[in-house]
Design a protein around this ligand. Structure first.
Ligand code: FMN
Length: 158
């Protein structure tokens, strides 16, 4: 295979930029996520790829729950904050205030929308686990265009 072509072609897959959060007891994680897709109408489901070596993966394995947040196009700085593991400090994660709602996953304040999810199944073939998660809660605070990878110079994979 032409590895350069493989890289460029895979980077042509459109993706958004989201923040995934999880919490188990006194441990919490938050990470920028791009490998997210819709996977079912009924029940509503999403699929996502989570790197096996990450803290988020470890916490999802324990709780089988997560929250996924949408960013507006001016919130690249928040996506950048969550490129690296973030600190839990009282009721802030990566410097953003959060609250706990249905699943126990941190719900970050100041972001336009989020969904809360319960993991239903997974595939562990590669270096990321593909999780299939049911959407059990959703809130839209501001219905605005969401940040996409194409709005940035960044890539993940390829
Ligand atoms: C643009 C971009 C997109 C990313 N997308 C994903 C992704 O879809 N899945 C994933 O597991 N990590 C993704 N990452 C990497 C995580 O955001 C990063 O490893 C994070 O620090 C993991 O935090 P944690 O170890 O606390 O879970 C992405 C990173 C960048 C820069």
């Amino acid at each position: 295979m032409d590895l350069e072509a493989k890289k460029i072609a895979l980077r042509m897959i459109s993706s958004g930029l989201y923040i995934i959060t999880c919490k188990h007891g006194e441990e919490a994680s938050g990470a920028t996520l791009s490998w997210l897709n819709q996977a079912s109408f009924t029940p509503p489901m999403v699929s996502m790829g989570i790197r096996k070596e990450s803290h988020t993966h470890a916490l999802i394995e324990k709780t089988k729950k997560c929250a996924i947040h949408f960013l507006n196009r001016e919130q690249k700085d928040i996506a950048e904050t969550f490129f690296k593991p973030v600190e839990l400090d009282g009721t802030t994660l990566g410097g953003l205030e959060f609250e706990i709602k249905t699943t126990g996953a941190p719900i970050l304040k100041g972001l336009p929308a989020y969904i809360e999810c319960e993991i239903k199944n997974q595939l562990d073939e590669g270096d990321h686990t593909i999780y299939l998660a049911e959407v059990i809660e959703a809130e839209v605070r501001e219905n605005v265009p969401s940040l996409g990878m194409r709005d940035t110079p960044w890539h993940y994979g390829g």
